[in-house]
Design a protein around this ligand. Structure first.
Ligand code: 5RP
Length: 219
């Protein structure tokens, strides 16, 4: 099975966690695009979605699914999103698609984070995928120096500004053995908007696409 087929497979499986008529959180990325298409094909639709990016908002609306402002909801039963890496405890690296800040905001509203990913995303230790950090522009150089002091190699993502108008620093070479500690540390540096470690907002469940079928990992 190809990676795209695995993505479509887990996206379809994720619809079983969606209550028709409810408002759900929707992430960003190619796996989530498959999920949005699967949502649109559900016989009984959701009431609305809170979206984590302009791209997902456009795709949801193109399917006739209403998108509501995050400020208009108090809580979401589920947030469904992909990941760049996920470990065996549900900690993730996210932000490959530059939507990490809004993704964390929507995840914070949700009671359950359901991660949908193909098996290539499952890792023993986070860090082979470059860690995205969204920053206020005037802090980019100083945050870069701090990331270097942590042992990483920071690189400003060329030609990219997030939906919030901020640049992203991608950090290679970090071996993230304590995701919660590193998330907490980087989060408190002045000028950091969001770090792409999702430890505090880790997955509750992961639907992992494998050649043998969908594996369900619970954390
Ligand atoms: C976007 C993300 C995505 O969830 C992550 O990049 C995975 O994307 P894909 O499903 O395309 O592999 O964090 O900011």
């Amino acid at each position: 099975m190809t990676q795209d087929e695995l993505k479509a497979f887990v996206a379809q499986a994720a619809t079983h966690y969606v209550q028709p008529g409810s408002v759900i959180g929707v992430g960003t990325g190619s796996t989530v695009n498959c999920f949005i298409d699967a949502l649109a094909a559900m016989p009984q639709r959701i009431a609305a979605a809170v979206s984590s990016s302009q791209a997902s908002t456009e795709r949801l609306r193109a399917h006739g699914i209403e998108v509501v402002d995050a400020n208009s909801v108090e809580q979401l039963a589920v947030y469904i999103d992909g990941a760049d890496e996920i470990d065996h405890r549900g900690h993730m690296i996210k932000g490959g698609g530059a939507a990490l800040t809004r993704e964390k905001i929507v995840a914070d509203l949700a009671q359950r984070f359901i991660c949908i990913a193909d098996e290539s995303k499952l890792v023993a230790t986070l860090g082979a995928f470059a860690l995205p950090v969204e920053v206020i522009p005037m802090a980019a150089a100083q945050v870069g120096r701090r990331l270097r002091a942590l042992g990483g190699t920071p690189l400003l993502r060329p030609g990219v500004l997030t939906d919030n108008g901020c640049p992203i620093i991608d950090v290679r070479g970090l071996r993230i053995t304590d995701p919660l500690a590193m998330e907490t540390e980087i989060d408190q540096w002045p000028g950091v908007v969001c770090v792409g470690i999702f430890a505090r907002h880790k997955a509750s469940l992961c639907l992992l696409g494998t050649a043998q079928g969908v594996r369900t990992l619970t954390f």
